[in-house]
Design a protein around this ligand. Sequence first.
Ligand code: SER
Length: 336
Amino acid sequence: MRKRVVFITGVAGEIGQALLKEVAQAEGYQVVTLDLQPLPRELQGLSHHIQGDILNQSLLRRLITEYDVDTIYHLAALLSTRAEFAPELAHRVNVDGTLALLQLAAEQSERRGVPVKFIFPSSIAVYGMPDQTVKQINPQVKEWEWNEPATMYGCNKLYCERLGVYFSHNYQQLAANPGTRLDFRCVRFPGLISAFTVPAGGTSDYGPEMLHAAAQRRPYACFVREEATIPFMAMPDAVTGLRALAQVPQEALSRRIYNITSFSLSAGEFRSQVLNAFPNAEITFEPDAKRQAIVDSWPAGLNDEAARKDWGWQPAYDIDRAFAEYLVPNIRERYR
Ligand code: SER
């Protein structure tokens, strides 16, 4: 019998690297990965890696039909700051790439009579708070509130969420006998913080950047105001969330799109946490108007009650544990 396959796109990014380590340890699956970049050296051997473009449709088709794909983690994307500089490219990668993969996964589900699980990371960027007063009086937004993204990346993510739902319920609805449907599941992440990688091209990057800079004794000028507040999560919780959502029985899910979060921090509070661990860190605030506006448009926190109720979501790392047990010791070790 062919081995069942987990397919991860965008594996060389931050989430991908962390996820691959965990998925590769799970028994009974072969892992196939795709990225424009080669796998980082320490991850080589954990998967069958293909260096290629998510926009290469014939490559995608070959991969999806050649393997018995059970679950897809579709992580490949251009993040929010980068997407503002290259909106058309962002649309191609974030939307066209996702659409092509959804279509192939839907066809495979139908052909095999078994739903392919399509796990998609979305983002706080799908929200658009109209002003700071509204942001303050709505500290924990629900999934259906304020879905008015201010960035190309947020538009791309919100639309792809809808495409995933469409392919799970309505794709080819005029066919006489619609077959087995795709099983799309999505988490909306807050800003993610890893101890082992540094983000590139995002707008929540000031958090992890200030921490990694402090550990390297480099001064850091934060590109948002001290008061700017968004939710964050430690990377191990992000990986746990994705894997837990992939494993939960479909009957337990009351929706396909779930907020998940850990803790909210202002940039000033983030700095204080960094100073606790690295008292000599030089962190100043030099807001960049455009990136500040993006962070202002994101909510200060997420309501993740549905994920807690339906599939038992609970982050292992609150602020104190994230810094004391995961971030600070691992980052110290990394730059020793
Ligand atoms: N971390 C992402 C970004 O900053 C948001 O999902 O673009």
